[in-house]
Write a protein that binds this ligand. Structure first.
Ligand SMILES: C[S@@+](CC[C@H](N)C(=O)[O-])C[C@H]1O[C@@H](n2cnc3c(N)ncnc32)[C@H](O)[C@@H]1O
Length: 570
């Protein structure tokens, strides 16, 4: 009966059943969400310039899609692996350049789409005005009936159509054979141009008396037509299609319309990369348990002579941590530097809660070493004073090393690495251990030591620079501390005026971060200023002024996403 082409109805209203969102997905994260789903939610619920929050970042799909669509974003995850992936993904991403409504190019495009005069409003590049979108007309009969521009277009385009029609008829004069004319898939009128004689056209040319009317002209030339007729046919259809296009465009431009919010116009000559963003981690914090009246539970119970609440929980927590530690051991960036305990047993110290024995060296030469294990609080931070006390106790017991396991170390505790002959390793506990009781013991990198950054502060007149020389890594095989190459560092940031509370990234460098930049370089398909490129990989900072707060902080992050911060007074 008729054919319906996909392009006749290429746009559909979205309903509740989203069948089209799965699509191909090359995943960087095992539970990565499809971009299309996030994009649809984001386009439905927000406008350009809005702020989008995704508290379960994963590989950063929300941030990535928000970045593409000009939304601001904040995203959170408890896993540093997720954050490291998200960071790399956003840093290496390339986005299309959409025309801003509030820009001279946008105003021009808008005028073109609406067939009106460009706006004379001054522009400010404000993204909140949105983009210039493709639009879909809602055409009603009245839109056509009331459109007076159609008459104007007709007058302008009709002479070319009629001229081409006449030229075609003229080219067919004297041709005897009847021609089959295909119209709309059916065999149409049989025309015998020789039977009816000729008429003289206003141009003086001869044409068949029963020549084609405009609407009888076939789309394709039947076999046997002379070359001149074929050329005339082509000219006719060009003029005819042009007339229709102009009329359709005029109708579309004056009818009601819908913006297609997922189809902004692009400037294909330009591309975007992500705007500036930072990766922050929470300051160490502690939680005091309070009852429904806001009173500290510990104090109430103590006053009433009861056992401290949570005593049993605390014991369970320590037990679960010990079990995991015995199975998982302590990891460092390099697998071969992992410490595995031959035995791990409780120890009745005031600070040291367990003694772990491991071997230093290989085979017969191996020496047994004794590590004093300190387990930090489940909620709360380990201070430098705690570590000093641990190290003293370990020294008194003749232990060789302290392994302090904690979720959070205070900045000053992080800087404390040795007391006399006793080295102190800071083993950061994975957040999964918060549910240690339910965790199947033994998995993964639960206790990770991230070496101490070796930092030098230099004064140059009234300016300062920081040099990052590497990270000090403890080698359990030899019992020594060695400095690794700066390449082992994914990135390092400086807050050149550290408030003591929140770390503000004022300088950022990526010495070992080949990967995202390589990706960026190849996605951009462009060469990037070598010097600017190299400056990102620096291990010596740009100079900075003396901090008003009297302190700077340096944060160093390795390829596993582990980070350590060092505070220096100036
Ligand atoms: C299903 S994934 C999110 C996937 C993400 N939409 C993407 O496209 O990659 C859930 C994420 O939430 C994180 N997560 C789990 N519990 C969390 C919590 N309490 N706070 C923040 N993030 C959490 C997990 O680490 C995991 O990365």
């Amino acid at each position: 009966m008729y054919r319906r082409y996909f392009s006749d109805y290429a746009v559909f209203a979205t309903n509740n059943s989203w069948q089209d969102v799965r699509g191909a997905l090359s995943k960087v994260y095992v539970v990565q969400t499809s971009d299309v789903i996030v994009q649809r939610c984001l386009l439905m619920a927000t406008d350009p310039g809005d702020l989008v929050l995704d508290p379960t970042c994963g590989s950063g799909t929300t941030a990535h899609v928000a970045e593409q669509w000009g939304r601001r974003w904040i995203t959170i995850d408890t896993s540093r692996v997720a954050l490291a992936l998200a960071r790399a993904r956003i840093m290496g991403a390339k986005f299309p350049w959409y025309l801003l409504a509030d820009s001279p190019e946008g105003q021009k495009k808008q005028a073109e789409v609406t067939r009106s005069a460009p706006s004379m409003q001054p522009t400010h590049g404000d993204i909140r005005h949105g983009f210039v979108y493709e639009r879909l007309p809602h055409i009603m009969l009245g839109d056509i009936a009331r459109n007076t521009e159609i008459d104007v277009i007709w007058e302008e385009t009709q002479p070319a159509v009629e001229g081409a029609c006449a030229a075609l008829n003229a080219a067919l004069v004297g041709h005897k054979a009847p021609f089959k004319v295909e119209t709309g898939g059916r065999t149409g009128k049989m025309v015998d141009f020789t039977a009816s004689g000729t008429v003289t056209l206003p141009s003086g040319e001869e044409a068949p008396a029963n020549g084609f009317m405009e609407w009888e002209i076939p789309r394709k030339a039947p076999d046997g037509w002379p070359a001149a007729a074929k050329a005339a046919l082509e000219t006719f259809w060009k003029a005819r299609i042009n007339r229709q296009k102009e009329i359709d465009a005029s109708i579309a431009a004056r009818a009601e319309f819908e913006n297609l919010y997922d189809k902004p116009y692009e400037d294909k000559k330009r591309i975007r990369v992500a705007g500036p963003f930072t990766v922050e981690s929470l300051s160490p914090h502690s939680i005091s348990p309070v009852d429904e009246h806001g009173e500290l539970i510990d104090q109430i119970n103590a006053a009433e002579g009861l056992h401290l609440p949570g005593e049993r929980e605390a014991e369970n927590y320590r037990k679960a941590i010990m079990e995991n530690l015995a199975k998982a051991g302590v990891h460092q960036q390099d697998k071969k530097d992992a410490i595995r305990f031959d035995t791990l047993a409780p120890w009745p110290g005031e600070w040291i809660g367990a003694e772990g024995r491991y071997r230093e060296g290989e085979g017969e030469d191996a020496v047994e070493r004794r590590a004093g294990i300190f387990i930090g609080p489940e909620y709360g931070t380990v201070s430098r004073a705690d570590l000093v006390a641990c190290a003293k106790e370990a020294g008194d017991f003749g232990m060789d090393i302290v392994i302090a396991c904690a979720f959070n170390f205070e900045a000053h505790a992080q800087e404390f690495h040795r007391l006399g002959r006793v080295p102190i390793l800071h083993a950061r506990m994975n957040a999964d251990l918060h549910m240690a009781g339910d965790l199947k013991a033994g998995g993964g990198n639960l206790f990770v030591v991230f070496g101490e950054p070796d930092i030098e502060l230099r004064q140059e007149g009234d300016r300062y620079r920081v040099e990052l020389k590497g990270v000090d890594i403890f080698r359990p095989a030899t019992g020594t501390v060695e400095t690794s190459e700066p390449d082992d560092i994914a990135c390092w940031f400086i807050d050149t005026d550290y408030s003591g509370e929140s770390f503000f990234v004022r300088q950022a460098y990526f010495p070992g971060a080949e990967v995202p930049y390589k990706a960026l370089r190849s996605t951009l398909k462009a060469d990037i200023d070598e010097e600017a490129w190299d400056s990102l990989k620096r291990t010596v900072s740009r100079p900075f002024a003396r901090p008003k707060s009297g302190r700077i902080a340096v944060k160093v992050i390795n390829h596993l996403g582990d980070e350590v911060m060092k505070v220096l007074s100036i």
